[in-house]
Design a protein around this ligand. Structure first.
Ligand SMILES: Cc1ncc(COP(=O)(O)O)c(C=O)c1O
Length: 391
């Protein structure tokens, strides 16, 4: 371990889009299902198995209550990446080239899967239009759907700039043309209301670790009547769609996190958006030419995506990384940082892209942390400006 990192106090965590801490109430239930109620739901010959089976069924109910589906429409997976792959990789099984329309601002779980399928000659990708706030052009979406596609993929909320997409309207258009609709709900489920049944969603991908459940557990909600072939074989669990011994502690944790979100989401998100607005105001006061990215009227409560033109984000991160956990949002492959595909799709200027920083607030963020984060960031920016001017 980096020696410096181990001796310093923990930085303030403001990267809730990357992952959230597990809620201690969820963690205690997870622990109980690892140490005491540890049965395998497939063990039909004793009470340990019965108990586990009941716990899994309870979790399907808790998930379905949060997102407005039927319990039997919920399949547990290792997370949203797997859920998305299950849907996209199924689409090519028809044997003909599969036409998919996606947002250019989708997560790599969608983009990379579609790209691989397209490179293999199995899929044809159409990119939907987004504007400078990452917002979707619904007229263009309608046109693309009217021309005939096999699947539509639109995320519910963006993981970088926090833009919330009009999923209900997207679902209506998809239904009008009879097109299956995959919605990546990773950043939205547990943060904003979602109604799977009423909004015309065919497949909804859910990631537990984005809303205070543990990592490595998620779900795919599959509209009743839709058939999916498994990506793996063995055991026939979960109607054969996703075989393998169920991750009962994770599943029960996901269920409990959904239950807590159902009860607390509205109140929590109002408080989080007040904290975000306070941080935004403090930063705007302290950093005169600060730019706020995304659709500020339709964004996740915990999202604050800023750019400081003229100051590379890497310079800010280098100065604050031991005090503040925030993100540039850039992907790093083979040691070379690539500019964010989301900001590129929004057609933002290279200066704005280079200076972009994603700040993610959540349930456990405090007033004091917000005030201190603003001080740290403002001071870092002023130090960098001073250094730039004296060089
Ligand atoms: C929008 C979005 N989709 C998909 C994923 C992948 O989720 P998971 O980590 O559960 O595979 C993430 C995680 O970063 C995300 O933000």
């Amino acid at each position: 371990m980096n020696e410096r990192a181990s001796t310093l106090p923990k930085p303030i965590y403001l990267d809730y889009h990357a992952t959230t801490p597990t809620d201690p109430r969820v963690a205690s239930i997870v622990l109980r299902h690892m140490t005491e109620e540890f049965g395998n739901p497939s063990s039909i010959d004793h009470v340990f198995g019965d108990e586990a089976e009941n716990a899994v069924f309870q979790a399907t109910k808790q998930v379905s209550q949060l997102i407005g589906s039927l319990p039997k429409e919920v399949i547990f997976t290792s997370g949203a990446t797997e859920s998305i792959n299950l849907v996209l990789q199924n689409s090519v099984l028809t044997g003909k080239i599969f036409k998919v329309a996606i947002l250019p601002t989708e997560h790599k779980a969608v983009l990379d899967t579609c790209t691989v399928l397209s490179k293999k000659g199995l899929a044809e990708i159409t990119f939907l239009k987004v504007d400078s706030q990452a917002q979707l052009d619904l007229d263009h979406l309608d046109k693309i759907c009217s021309e005939g596609i096999d699947l539509l993929s639109v995320m519910a909320a963006n993981n970088e700039v926090g833009t919330i997409y009009p999923i209900q309207q997207v679902g209506e258009i998809a239904q009008q043309y009879g097109i299956p609709f995959l919605c990546d709900g990773s950043q939205a489920v547990g943060k904003i209301p979602i109604n799977f049944e009423e909004w015309g969603i065919t497949f909804l991908a859910i990631s537990g670790h984005k809303f205070y459940a543990p990592k490595g557990v998620g779900a795919l909600v599959i509209k009743q009547g839709q058939r999916l072939e498994p990506l793996m074989y063995g055991g026939g669990h979960q109607r054969g769609i996703r075989p393998g011994t169920l991750n009962v502690p994770g599943i029960v944790g996901l269920g409990e996190a959904c239950c807590l979100r159902s009860l607390e989401m509205t109140e929590d998100e109002v408080r989080i958006s007040c904290l975000r607005d306070r941080l935004q105001t403090l930063l705007q006061e302290g950093i005169p030419n600060l730019v706020v990215n995304g659709d500020v009227d339709n964004r996740l409560a915990g999202n604050l995506h800023i750019s400081i033109p003229g100051i590379p984000n890497s310079a800010v991160i280098a100065r604050v990384r031991h005090q503040l956990a925030i993100s540039t949002g850039s992907a790093c492959s083979s040691g070379v940082e690539a500019p964010s595909h989301v900001l590129t799709a929004m057609n933002l200027s290279p200066e704005v892209i280079e200076g972009a920083l994603r700040i993610g607030l959540g349930k456990f963020t405090t007033d004091q942390e917000v005030d201190r984060a603003a001080e740290i960031l403002i001071s870092a920016v002023h130090q960098i400006l001073k250094a730039l001017h004296s060089s």
